[in-house]
Design a protein around this ligand. Structure first.
Ligand SMILES: C[S@@+](CC[C@H](N)C(=O)[O-])C[C@H]1O[C@@H](n2cnc3c(N)ncnc32)[C@H](O)[C@@H]1O
Length: 303
């Protein structure tokens, strides 16, 4: 039986450079969709090859001419083949996702981390988080990336991460353990605020599902590997956002703030609530659709 192009590559290619170049060409040819950690074929090829070799993302390029051993070649070729044939986001192949410079375990129980909120976490939510020992809630936490990064960047914070999905929480628990952040980070299963009775937070931060029905139907194949409960939120993408807006104030301290991502649904949100003074946050590294409201503003407009 004749060998296919992947088997031929595995036999002929020698160095990291060879495999990165091969992967990038094949990714282009297969017209993959990017957006789960990278935004082009070359960066995705570099990331996939380095991660399969357990090498850091800043591995020196001069070392790319190092020759690979047989097992490493087979491992990389399997990953390239899987990325193309299954259309899985590459984070599900390497089981690694990155958020605010921290590595997280990810698999198909959770969305691949990619929220612009990372930039706010790295800046310790300056100037909005005024308490020295803030209590933070990461609502709809998925892998736990936002809440765990909060605890890593804000040393005296206490963080609760919550999700309705027990499967997602299993992944969040793995990540809390991996980051060594017990007991400062705790995880709880909760349908939005249902398990938070009498709790108060200085910051509620959330990247809930917010994709509207039309966008959900049009998504590239890569997104169908992600849990649907993490993406869709009713016809206009705002089903969960409306509930969060109605309920959040009860769980905020007097100076507390809500920071919520709604992505492309920001237009629908502004149209639905023209009287609400949403502060739309700006990001140096790109991204939009994230707003801030204070407890006072929530009380004024939703209670
Ligand atoms: C967009 S994902 C975000 C995950 C994570 N915060 C991140 O940035 O990668 C949304 C998450 O919301 C969770 N979710 C959906 N409905 C929920 C609900 N009613 N209450 C709590 N979590 C919910 C999903 O299980 C999913 O993990």
């Amino acid at each position: 039986m004749s060998k296919d192009k992947f088997q031929q590559a595995e036999q002929k290619l020698k160095t990291i450079t060879d495999f990165v170049r091969f992967a990038a060409t094949e990714f282009e040819r297969a017209e993959l969709h990017y957006g789960h950690g990278t935004d082009n074929a070359w960066d995705e090829a570099v990331a996939l090859v380095l991660q399969m070799l357990e090498l850091p993302s800043d591995y020196p390029v001069v070392m790319f001419d190092a020759r690979l051993i047989k097992e490493e070649k087979a491992h990389i070729i399997n990953a390239i083949r899987s990325r193309i044939e299954s259309r899985k986001p590459f984070a599900y192949i390497t089981n690694k996702g990155y958020f605010a410079g921290i590595e997280f375990f990810v698999d198909e129980r959770v969305l691949v981390p990619r929220s612009p909120i990372a930039e706010l976490v790295e800046n310790q939510f300056n100037p909005w988080l005024i308490s020295d020992e803030p209590r933070i809630l990461d609502l709809c936490c998925g892998s736990g990336c936002i809440g765990i990064a909060c605890a890593a960047y804000i040393p005296d914070s206490e963080v609760l991460v919550s999700d309705i999905s027990p499967e997602a929480l299993e992944v969040a628990e793995i990540n809390i353990e991996q980051a060594g952040l017990y007991p400062r980070v705790q995880a709880v299963e909760s349908d939005l605020f249902s398990a938070m009775r009498d709790m108060k937070f200085d910051l509620i931060v959330s990247n809930p599902p917010y994709v509207d029905a039309e966008d959900l139907a049009d998504m590239p194949a890569e997104f169908f590997h992600e849990p649907e409960i993490g993406l869709g939120s009713g016809e206009d993408g705002l089903e969960l956002t409306r509930k969060i807006l109605q309920q959040a104030s009860e769980f905020l301290t007097e100076h507390g703030v809500l920071i919520l991502e709604v992505g492309n649904s920001w237009v629908a949100l502004q149209t639905a609530y023209p009287q609400v003074p949403f502060s739309w946050l700006e990001f140096e590294r790109g991204g939009d659709g994230v707003f801030l409201l204070t407890k006072q503003q929530l009380d004024e407009h939703f209670n």
